[in-house]
Design a protein around this ligand. Structure first.
Ligand SMILES: Cc1cc2nc3c(=O)[nH]c(=O)nc-3n(C[C@H](O)[C@H](O)[C@H](O)COP(=O)(O)OP(=O)(O)OC[C@H]3O[C@@H](n4cnc5c(N)ncnc54)[C@H](O)[C@@H]3O)c2cc1C
Length: 211
Protein backbone atom coordinates (compact mmCIF):
# COMPACT_ATOMS: atom_id res chain seq x y z
CA UNK A 1 0.00 0.00 0.00
CA UNK A 2 1.46 3.34 -1.05
CA UNK A 3 0.04 6.55 0.38
CA UNK A 4 0.30 9.55 -1.95
CA UNK A 5 -0.77 13.15 -2.04
CA UNK A 6 -2.98 13.97 -5.03
CA UNK A 7 -5.02 17.10 -5.85
CA UNK A 8 -7.97 15.85 -3.72
CA UNK A 9 -5.74 15.07 -0.72
CA UNK A 10 -4.02 11.94 0.56
CA UNK A 11 -5.09 8.59 -0.85
CA UNK A 12 -3.76 5.03 -1.03
CA UNK A 13 -2.84 2.79 -3.96
CA UNK A 14 -2.22 -0.94 -4.06
CA UNK A 15 0.97 -1.23 -6.12
CA UNK A 16 2.24 -4.67 -7.16
CA UNK A 17 5.96 -5.10 -6.40
CA UNK A 18 6.78 -5.94 -10.04
CA UNK A 19 4.97 -2.97 -11.59
CA UNK A 20 7.18 -1.31 -14.26
CA UNK A 21 8.72 1.93 -13.02
CA UNK A 22 8.85 0.80 -9.40
CA UNK A 23 12.37 0.20 -8.17
CA UNK A 24 12.88 -1.49 -4.79
CA UNK A 25 16.26 -1.48 -3.11
CA UNK A 26 16.83 -3.34 0.11
CA UNK A 27 18.26 -0.98 2.72
CA UNK A 28 21.48 -2.25 4.23
CA UNK A 29 23.59 -1.11 7.16
CA UNK A 30 20.73 -1.05 9.66
CA UNK A 31 21.85 -1.25 13.30
CA UNK A 32 18.32 -1.41 14.74
CA UNK A 33 15.41 -3.81 14.08
CA UNK A 34 17.72 -5.84 11.91
CA UNK A 35 15.16 -8.65 11.65
CA UNK A 36 12.85 -6.31 9.71
CA UNK A 37 13.75 -5.71 6.09
CA UNK A 38 13.17 -2.17 4.83
CA UNK A 39 13.38 -1.04 1.23
CA UNK A 40 13.79 2.24 -0.55
CA UNK A 41 11.03 2.65 -3.16
CA UNK A 42 11.60 4.78 -6.24
CA UNK A 43 8.71 5.48 -8.62
CA UNK A 44 9.88 6.59 -12.07
CA UNK A 45 7.13 6.88 -14.71
CA UNK A 46 5.27 4.19 -12.81
CA UNK A 47 1.73 4.02 -14.15
CA UNK A 48 -0.82 2.81 -11.61
CA UNK A 49 -4.42 2.39 -12.88
CA UNK A 50 -7.33 4.00 -11.09
CA UNK A 51 -8.81 0.63 -10.13
CA UNK A 52 -5.77 0.12 -7.83
CA UNK A 53 -6.80 3.17 -5.82
CA UNK A 54 -8.25 2.60 -2.36
CA UNK A 55 -11.69 4.19 -1.87
CA UNK A 56 -10.34 6.73 0.64
CA UNK A 57 -9.31 10.37 0.58
CA UNK A 58 -7.72 12.41 3.34
CA UNK A 59 -5.15 11.89 6.06
CA UNK A 60 -7.84 10.76 8.51
CA UNK A 61 -7.67 7.27 6.94
CA UNK A 62 -3.95 6.98 7.63
CA UNK A 63 -4.50 8.47 11.08
CA UNK A 64 -7.11 5.77 11.79
CA UNK A 65 -4.50 3.06 11.10
CA UNK A 66 -1.87 4.83 13.21
CA UNK A 67 -4.41 5.23 15.99
CA UNK A 68 -4.51 1.42 16.34
CA UNK A 69 -0.87 0.59 15.55
CA UNK A 70 0.45 3.09 18.11
CA UNK A 71 -1.27 1.06 20.80
CA UNK A 72 0.56 -2.05 19.55
CA UNK A 73 3.91 -0.25 19.48
CA UNK A 74 3.33 1.01 23.04
CA UNK A 75 2.95 -2.59 24.26
CA UNK A 76 5.87 -3.85 22.18
CA UNK A 77 8.17 -1.18 23.64
CA UNK A 78 7.00 -2.06 27.13
CA UNK A 79 7.87 -5.72 26.51
CA UNK A 80 11.41 -4.65 25.70
CA UNK A 81 11.64 -2.65 28.93
CA UNK A 82 10.44 -5.66 30.96
CA UNK A 83 12.92 -7.99 29.24
CA UNK A 84 15.77 -5.60 30.12
CA UNK A 85 14.58 -5.15 33.69
CA UNK A 86 14.42 -8.93 34.21
CA UNK A 87 17.87 -9.42 32.66
CA UNK A 88 19.35 -6.68 34.85
CA UNK A 89 17.73 -8.00 38.04
CA UNK A 90 18.92 -11.57 37.42
CA UNK A 91 22.42 -10.36 36.60
CA UNK A 92 22.61 -8.02 39.61
CA UNK A 93 21.70 -10.84 42.00
CA UNK A 94 24.36 -13.15 40.54
CA UNK A 95 27.25 -10.81 39.82
CA UNK A 96 29.53 -10.23 42.81
CA UNK A 97 31.91 -7.31 43.30
CA UNK A 98 33.65 -6.23 46.52
CA UNK A 99 32.51 -9.57 47.95
CA UNK A 100 28.77 -8.91 47.56
CA UNK A 101 26.14 -9.24 44.85
CA UNK A 102 25.94 -5.91 43.01
CA UNK A 103 22.16 -5.96 43.71
CA UNK A 104 23.05 -5.16 47.33
CA UNK A 105 24.50 -1.76 46.42
CA UNK A 106 22.21 1.24 46.86
CA UNK A 107 23.02 2.77 43.46
CA UNK A 108 22.17 -0.48 41.65
CA UNK A 109 18.92 -0.81 43.60
CA UNK A 110 18.07 2.78 42.69
CA UNK A 111 18.36 1.91 38.99
CA UNK A 112 16.27 -1.25 39.38
CA UNK A 113 13.58 0.63 41.30
CA UNK A 114 13.54 3.39 38.68
CA UNK A 115 13.00 0.77 35.96
CA UNK A 116 10.32 -1.10 37.92
CA UNK A 117 8.47 2.13 38.73
CA UNK A 118 8.41 3.40 35.15
CA UNK A 119 7.42 -0.05 33.84
CA UNK A 120 4.55 -0.25 36.33
CA UNK A 121 3.32 3.23 35.39
CA UNK A 122 3.53 2.33 31.68
CA UNK A 123 1.64 -0.94 32.28
CA UNK A 124 -1.17 0.95 34.01
CA UNK A 125 -1.29 3.54 31.22
CA UNK A 126 -1.37 0.83 28.56
CA UNK A 127 -3.98 -1.38 30.18
CA UNK A 128 -6.26 1.60 30.76
CA UNK A 129 -5.79 2.59 27.12
CA UNK A 130 -6.75 -0.97 26.10
CA UNK A 131 -9.90 -0.76 28.22
CA UNK A 132 -10.83 2.59 26.64
CA UNK A 133 -10.18 1.21 23.15
CA UNK A 134 -12.45 -1.75 23.90
CA UNK A 135 -15.12 0.65 25.14
CA UNK A 136 -14.72 2.86 22.04
CA UNK A 137 -13.65 5.79 24.23
CA UNK A 138 -9.95 6.10 23.34
CA UNK A 139 -8.74 9.13 21.38
CA UNK A 140 -5.76 9.63 19.03
CA UNK A 141 -4.08 11.77 21.68
CA UNK A 142 -4.25 8.89 24.14
CA UNK A 143 -2.60 6.34 21.85
CA UNK A 144 0.01 8.94 20.89
CA UNK A 145 0.69 9.60 24.59
CA UNK A 146 1.12 5.88 25.37
CA UNK A 147 3.38 5.28 22.38
CA UNK A 148 5.56 8.29 23.24
CA UNK A 149 5.73 7.42 26.93
CA UNK A 150 6.47 3.72 26.55
CA UNK A 151 9.17 4.17 23.95
CA UNK A 152 10.73 6.91 26.10
CA UNK A 153 10.77 4.90 29.34
CA UNK A 154 12.07 1.86 27.45
CA UNK A 155 14.88 3.95 26.02
CA UNK A 156 15.92 4.76 29.58
CA UNK A 157 15.33 1.19 30.87
CA UNK A 158 17.54 -0.36 28.18
CA UNK A 159 20.36 2.03 29.10
CA UNK A 160 20.03 1.40 32.82
CA UNK A 161 20.02 -2.36 32.23
CA UNK A 162 23.10 -2.09 30.02
CA UNK A 163 24.77 -0.09 32.79
CA UNK A 164 23.94 -2.69 35.46
CA UNK A 165 25.44 -5.41 33.27
CA UNK A 166 28.68 -3.45 33.11
CA UNK A 167 30.99 -4.42 30.25
CA UNK A 168 28.98 -7.60 29.67
CA UNK A 169 26.03 -5.38 28.77
CA UNK A 170 27.36 -4.81 25.27
CA UNK A 171 27.43 -8.54 24.50
CA UNK A 172 24.75 -9.93 22.22
CA UNK A 173 24.19 -12.97 24.45
CA UNK A 174 22.57 -10.89 27.21
CA UNK A 175 20.00 -9.41 24.83
CA UNK A 176 19.98 -5.96 26.45
CA UNK A 177 22.07 -4.23 23.79
CA UNK A 178 19.74 -5.52 21.06
CA UNK A 179 16.77 -3.96 22.84
CA UNK A 180 18.79 -0.77 23.34
CA UNK A 181 19.29 -0.33 19.61
CA UNK A 182 15.87 -1.71 18.62
CA UNK A 183 14.04 0.82 20.79
CA UNK A 184 15.58 3.60 18.69
CA UNK A 185 13.38 2.41 15.80
CA UNK A 186 10.24 2.12 17.93
CA UNK A 187 10.97 5.60 19.32
CA UNK A 188 10.86 6.88 15.73
CA UNK A 189 8.37 4.83 13.68
CA UNK A 190 4.57 5.13 13.89
CA UNK A 191 5.26 8.82 14.43
CA UNK A 192 8.40 10.07 16.15
CA UNK A 193 8.36 10.86 19.86
CA UNK A 194 8.10 14.53 18.90
CA UNK A 195 5.16 14.02 16.57
CA UNK A 196 3.24 11.88 19.07
CA UNK A 197 3.88 14.54 21.71
CA UNK A 198 2.46 17.16 19.34
CA UNK A 199 -0.63 15.00 18.69
CA UNK A 200 -1.25 14.66 22.42
CA UNK A 201 -0.50 18.37 22.93
CA UNK A 202 -2.97 19.37 20.23
CA UNK A 203 -5.67 17.25 21.82
CA UNK A 204 -5.06 18.72 25.27
CA UNK A 205 -4.86 22.36 24.18
CA UNK A 206 -6.95 22.41 21.02
CA UNK A 207 -3.99 24.12 19.33
CA UNK A 208 -1.68 22.59 16.72
CA UNK A 209 2.06 23.11 17.20
CA UNK A 210 3.08 21.19 14.07
CA UNK A 211 3.97 24.20 11.95
C1 LIG B 1 12.72 0.24 11.38
C2 LIG B 1 11.84 1.22 10.70
C3 LIG B 1 10.74 0.78 10.00
C4 LIG B 1 9.90 1.67 9.34
N1 LIG B 1 8.82 1.18 8.64
C5 LIG B 1 8.05 2.03 7.95
C6 LIG B 1 6.94 1.56 7.19
O1 LIG B 1 6.66 0.35 7.14
N2 LIG B 1 6.20 2.44 6.49
C7 LIG B 1 6.49 3.77 6.51
O2 LIG B 1 5.78 4.56 5.87
N3 LIG B 1 7.50 4.26 7.23
C8 LIG B 1 8.30 3.43 7.94
N4 LIG B 1 9.35 3.93 8.68
C9 LIG B 1 9.64 5.37 8.60
C10 LIG B 1 9.23 6.13 9.84
O3 LIG B 1 7.83 6.17 9.95
C11 LIG B 1 9.86 7.53 9.75
O4 LIG B 1 11.28 7.37 9.89
C12 LIG B 1 9.32 8.47 10.82
O5 LIG B 1 7.96 8.75 10.61
C13 LIG B 1 10.09 9.79 10.86
O6 LIG B 1 10.14 10.36 9.60
P1 LIG B 1 11.54 10.80 9.01
O7 LIG B 1 12.51 9.67 9.16
O8 LIG B 1 11.28 11.32 7.65
O9 LIG B 1 12.05 11.95 9.97
P2 LIG B 1 11.77 13.50 9.84
O10 LIG B 1 10.32 13.75 9.59
O11 LIG B 1 12.75 14.08 8.89
O12 LIG B 1 12.09 13.99 11.32
C14 LIG B 1 13.45 14.21 11.76
C15 LIG B 1 13.37 14.83 13.16
O13 LIG B 1 12.64 16.07 13.12
C16 LIG B 1 11.56 16.04 14.03
N5 LIG B 1 10.42 16.79 13.50
C17 LIG B 1 9.85 16.70 12.26
N6 LIG B 1 8.79 17.53 12.17
C18 LIG B 1 8.68 18.15 13.37
C19 LIG B 1 7.78 19.13 13.92
N7 LIG B 1 6.74 19.61 13.21
N8 LIG B 1 7.98 19.54 15.18
C20 LIG B 1 9.00 19.04 15.93
N9 LIG B 1 9.87 18.13 15.48
C21 LIG B 1 9.71 17.69 14.22
C22 LIG B 1 11.22 14.56 14.19
O14 LIG B 1 10.53 14.30 15.39
C23 LIG B 1 12.61 13.94 14.15
O15 LIG B 1 13.21 14.02 15.42
C24 LIG B 1 10.18 3.06 9.38
C25 LIG B 1 11.28 3.52 10.12
C26 LIG B 1 12.10 2.63 10.78
C27 LIG B 1 13.28 3.15 11.56
Amino acid sequence: VVWVRIAEGITGFLVEPDRPGLERTRMTGKLSKRAVDNAELVFADCFVPADCRLPVTGFSNVAEILFKTRHHVAWAALGEAIACYEAALTYAREREQFGRPIASFQLVQSKLVRMATEITKAQLLSIQLGRLLDAGKATPGMTAMAKANNSEITREATRLAREILGGNGILHEHGVMRHLVDIESSYTFEGTHDINTLIAGREITGLSAFT
